[in-house]
Write a protein that binds this ligand. Structure first.
Ligand SMILES: Nc1ncnc2c1ncn2[C@@H]1O[C@H](COP(=O)(O)OP(=O)(O)OP(=O)(O)O)[C@@H](O)[C@H]1O
Ligand SMILES: [Mg+2]
Length: 263
C-alpha cells in the first residue's frame, strides 16, 4: 500500500479505444504529494491517454481501461465521475488551451469555480492569487479571451483550473504552439505554484528540455509503456534518453564524429 504522501498511483494500466486500438499496455508511476512530475514521450506514446485515464475521461472518447488501476488519494478514479474528481481536487487542463473566447479573461477565470463556494469575497481572493502568479492576466482581465495571445489563453486555462482549488493539477502539453519565452513563463509560474503552495503537478510534455528543467521527476512513455522513471536532474544528463525514447536528436556535440557529413 502506498503511504499517505502518495497522491496519485498509476498501476500497470492498459487502455484501448473502441475496444480495438491499444493505446496503453503497462503504464505505472507514482506522484507524491507536493511533487512536480513530467510525463514524457514522443508523438502517440500515450501521454494524453494516460492523463485522460487519470481524470476518468476515457469513456467519453470510447476508450476504456482494460487492466490495472489508478488511485487518487487512495480511491479508485474509475468509480468516480470526472466532475466529482474535480470537486475532490483533481483538475485537468486539457490540450489546446480551452477558453471561452467571447468571455473576458476574468469571466473565464470565474467560470472555473466548480466545487467551491460562490461567495464574492472568496472569488476575489482567488482571482487575486491567480493574478499574482500570472501578472499578464491582471493586465488583460477585461479583454475578451479570444483577443489575447496564445500564451495568455494558456495562462487563462490554467488560471481557470486553479479557481477550483486543486490539490493535483494535471496539464496536457501546456507548451504546445507557444514561443519558447512564453513556455518558460508558464513553467516558471507552475514551478512557483508548486513550491509556494505545495500543489502537486502532473504535466505531459513532448518538450522534454523544458519539462526536465522545471519538474522534480519524470516518467518516459514509449509505445504505451512506461520505460523509465527518475529524477529530472538525472534524466537531463542522458542524451541517449532523448534520442531513444523521445525521437529527438542528441545535441551535435555528443554525436559520434563519423556521422558528420563529408563535403
Ligand atoms: N480518441 C481516440 N480514438 C482512437 N485512438 C486514439 C484516440 N486517441 C488516441 N488514440 C491512439 O492512442 C495512441 C496514444 O495516443 P495519445 O494521444 O495518448 O499519445 P500522446 O503521447 O498524447 O501523443 P501526442 O504527443 O501526439 O499528443 C495513439 O496510437 C493514438 O493514435
Ligand atoms: Mg497528447
Amino acid at each position: 500500500m502506498p503511504g499517505n504522501d502518495v497522491i496519485l498511483v498509476v498501476d500497470n494500466v492498459h487502455a484501448t479505444y473502441n475496444h480495438a486500438i491499444t493505446a496503453l499496455h503497462g503504464v505505472s508511476f507514482e506522484l507524491r504529494r507536493g511533487e512536480f512530475l513530467a510525463l514524457l514521450g514522443a508523438n502517440g506514446a500515450g501521454k494524453s491517454t494516460t492523463l485522460k485515464a487519470v481524470s476518468n475521461l476515457l469513456p467519453a472518447e470510447r476508450g476504456q481501461i482494460n487492466a490495472g488501476a489508478i488511485g487518487f488519494e487512495g480511491g479508485d478514479v474509475s468509480h468516480r465521475r470526472p466532475g466529482d474528481l474535480v470537486r475532490a481536487g483533481l483538475v485537468q487542463v486539457l490540450e489546446g488551451r480551452h477558453c471561452f473566447k467571447s468571455l473576458t479573461v476574468e469571466e473565464n477565470l470565474v467560470s472555473g469555480g466548480i466545487g467551491r463556494s460562490g461567495r464574492r469575497a472568496e472569488i476575489n481572493q482567488d482571482l487575486q492569487r491567480i493574478y499574482d502568479f500570472f501578472p499578464r492576466l491582471a493586465e488583460k482581465r477585461r479583454t475578451l479571451a479570444g483577443l489575447t495571445s496564445g500564451g495568455e489563453q494558456q495562462m487563462t486555462a490554467i488560471g481557470r483550473a486553479l479557481m477550483s482549488r486543486p490539490r493535483l493539477l494535471v496539464l496536457d502539453e501546456p507548451s504546445m504552439g507557444l514561443a519558447p519565452l512564453v513556455v518558460q513563463d508558464i513553467f516558471l509560474a507552475l514551478k512557483k505554484l508548486n513550491r509556494e503552495t505545495g500543489l502537486s503537478i502532473l504535466v505531459a510534455e513532448q518538450n522534454s528540455a523544458v519539462a526536465l528543467k522545471y519538474a522534480d521527476h519524470a516518467t518516459v512513455l514509449e509505445n504505451g509503456v512506461s520505460v523509465l522513471t527518475g529524477a529530472a536532474a538525472d534524466l537531463r544528463q542522458r542524451e541517449d534518453m532523448r534520442a531513444f525514447y523521445l525521437g529527438q536528436q542528441a545535441s551535435p556535440a555528443t554525436q559520434p564524429t563519423h556521422l558528420h557529413a563529408v563535403a
